[in-house]
Design a protein around this ligand. Structure first.
Ligand SMILES: NC(=O)c1ccc[n+]([C@@H]2O[C@H](COP(=O)([O-])OP(=O)(O)OC[C@H]3O[C@@H](n4cnc5c(N)ncnc54)[C@H](OP(=O)(O)O)[C@@H]3O)[C@@H](O)[C@H]2O)c1
Length: 343
């Protein structure tokens, strides 16, 4: 019997719309002679079970269920002990990981300023549904670790995990960070890298994702043979915003998304499947690493890639800040997980 080539992929935040579609497209893109182990992450077991069952159904429908094994990690990036435990588990179980997709993210939204939304959308319909400023975010929210919550979940937690598992990725592994179209330099102040004073911490965190990518991708390539990419998935339906919408506002939002696409927006992908195009092209293809690769589509939904230049100002400052913090946390966490048989 011929042995199948083996690949291992980790999708952080697999339970989201994009996360599920990343898994689906990964499976579609993988050769039928490859055995794929998919490690899905979530903070909760019920969501892990749900996403594994959804992916299994798809795998069966395309005849790739025999190519697929599952594993899961319960990891909360807002908790550094949980991040460390994820590292221990991966290190114990795997000799190699081929692909890591950092798709998980959190915002600290408190609602929608409906009056502001109407004004913004009426004045500039496409801009109003591309770079909305009417989603209100809480300011100064810290994690139990005492770090800026959005900073920790979207940037530092994954950064720390990648640092810890990079020996598993060396010589050909790929890391794909999911950023956003909204990662504008104006959303980040260098006096507030943990985004604790920011009213736009989500957008600021995505700017940090871009800058840490610029500051690290060459070192990862030269030092470890790891290819790192940063992508943006355009705009698509997110499960996480349902809590702020009712039947009318949900369908109103979808209508505006289609209208924006009709009026010429190339980033209103709407479907999670189209949004997953850029990340998956970076998994399998040879995309540039000094730009942000974006998922885009035409009016009829035909997908294509776009490339965004990244303003690199401050990339070195951001990576040296993250490295300093990483060393601090190495020290804080050094006695956290002990072998109880040796006590
Ligand atoms: N929706 C858009 O239009 C859009 C646009 C640009 C970029 N993006 C980016 O695309 C990615 C996916 O977006 P989405 O809207 O599909 O996501 P979403 O519905 O908001 O889901 C977020 C995912 O992140 C995980 N997550 C949240 N907090 C976490 C934490 N503290 N620790 C570990 N995991 C955590 C969740 O996992 P559990 O709840 O299962 O734990 C969930 O799977 C995100 O990076 C987002 O920023 C989205």
């Amino acid at each position: 019997m011929q042995l199948r080539e083996k690949k291992v992929a980790l999708i952080a935040g697999a339970s989201s719309n994009l996360g599920l579609n990343l898994a689906v497209r990964l499976l579609e893109g993988i050769s039928s002679s490859t055995q794929l182990t998919l490690i899905v992450t979530s903070r909760t077991l019920p969501k892990v079970k749900e996403v594994i069952s959804d992916i299994k159904k798809h795998a069966m429908s395309i005849g790739k269920d025999t190519n697929l094994d599952f594993d899961y990690l319960l990891v909360d990036f807002a908790d550094m002990v949980s991040v460390l435990a994820a590292y221990y588990e991966l290190n114990k179980k795997y000799k190699r990981i081929d692909y890591v997709l950092i798709n998980s993210a959190q915002g600290v939204y408190s609602g929608i300023d409906w009056i502001g939304a109407c004004k913004e959308i009426l004045a500039h319909p496409i801009e109003g549904v591309t770079n909305p400023t009417y989603k209100t975010q809480r300011v100064g929210v810290k994690s139990r670790d005492g770090l800026g919550l959005v900073f920790q979940v979207n940037v530092f937690g994954p950064y720390y995990l990648i640092y810890k598992i990079k020996h598993l990725l060396q010589n050909g592994g790929r890391i794909i960070w999911i950023s956003s179209l909204m990662a504008h330099p104006k959303h980040l102040s260098f006096n507030d890298l943990q985004l604790l004073q920011s009213t736009e911490s989500y957008e600021g965190s995505k700017r940090l994702v871009d800058l840490q990518h610029i500051g690290t991708y060459k070192k990862l390539k030269d030092g470890f043979g790891i290819e790192q990419y940063v992508v943006e998935p355009g705009i698509f339906i997110s499960y996480s915003f349902f809590q702020f919408l009712n039947f009318f506002t949900y369908y109103g939002m979808i209508f505006l998304f289609y209208l924006a696409r009709y009026l010429g927006s190339k980033s209103h992908n709407i479907s999670g499947y189209i949004a997953a195009n850029a990340p998956i092209k970076c998994v399998f293809g040879d995309e540039p690493r000094d730009v942000k690769v974006g998922s885009a589509c035409e009016r009829n939904g035909k997908e294509y890639l776009i490339y965004h230049e990244i303003d690199t100002t401050g990339a070195e400052d951001v990576t040296s800040y993250l490295d300093k913090l990483r060393i601090e946390w190495d020290e804080k966490l050094k006695d956290q997980i002990v072998d109880s048989r040796k006590i």
